[in-house]
Ligand binder design. Structure first.
Ligand code: PGA
Length: 223
């Protein structure tokens, strides 16, 4: 059985000083059955990599990837730029990117291909209404290599998480289109509600409650 994943998505938060402070305060006891994934902004990947080195329960993720290979794409960060950083996961198609940056299902599908090609596991974020449309444009042989995060817009950053039953219903739809893959839930997950998702998913994607190390440690331990 795969380990439960606890993904910290810091989004566009934190200074280098704040990252150092977070890392200094982050030393949870992590059981073998749990894996903690930290997704910092790009400039802090090195800092986090140093901290998690040689700890099998901690891994590194990026919050996005370029949809293009290495080359003349100013401002983009492609898989080649990340070589040597031991990035294990790539969060792709987060609703904030779809909404503010116009990311399409096809962009996400291209990023999935590039991520897998470079040895990363894509964590594809979806909301209920476009699960099928998103799955249809991803190369079919890559679907089983994805982890999918169910991230309902109504729950992200709103303090209004979904019930376990509602999540379970969508987990089944995701598996219908992606196959028997790992499915995460994301949207207002905290230490108080994480146990609900433990029973119906393979882990959680955490935004706000991952920014403070103590809060996040608490969440991992109760999850
Ligand atoms: P939240 O964000 O935990 O702050 O709701 C979750 C996410 O956007 O992945």
């Amino acid at each position: 059985m795969s380990k439960k994943l606890f993904v910290a998505n810091w989004k566009s938060n934190k200074t280098a000083e704040e990252v150092k402070e977070w890392l200094d305060n982050f030393s949870p006891y992590i059981g073998l059955e749990k894996e903690v994934v930290i997704a910092p902004p790009y400039p802090f990947l090195h800092l986090v990599k140093e901290k998690i080195a040689n700890n099998e329960s901690l891994s590194l993720a990026v919050q996005d990837l370029s949809a293009y290979p290495a080359g003349s794409y100013t401002g983009e960060v492609c898989t080649r730029n990340l070589e040597g950083l031991e990035v294990k996961y790539a969060i792709l198609g987060h609703s904030e990117r779809r909404r503010y940056l116009g990311e399409t299902h096809l962009d996400v599908a291209n990023k999935v291909s590039l991520a897998v090609e470079s040895g990363m596991t894509p964590i594809v974020c979806v909301d209920q209404e476009y699960i099928e449309d998103q799955a249809l444009v991803i190369e079919s042989e890559l679907l089983p290599k994805c982890i999918v995060a169910y991230e309902p817009l109504s729950a992200i950053g709103t303090g209004e998480p979904l019930s376990g039953q509602a999540v379970l219903k969508v987990v089944k739809i995701i598996k219908k289109y992606f196959g028997e893959i790992q499915v995460l839930y994301g949207g207002s997950v905290t230490a108080d509600n994480v146990h609900i998702y433990n029973e119906v998913t393979d882990g959680v994607l955490v935004g706000g409650a991952s920014l403070d190390p103590e809060q996040f440690i608490n969440l991992i331990q109760t999850g």
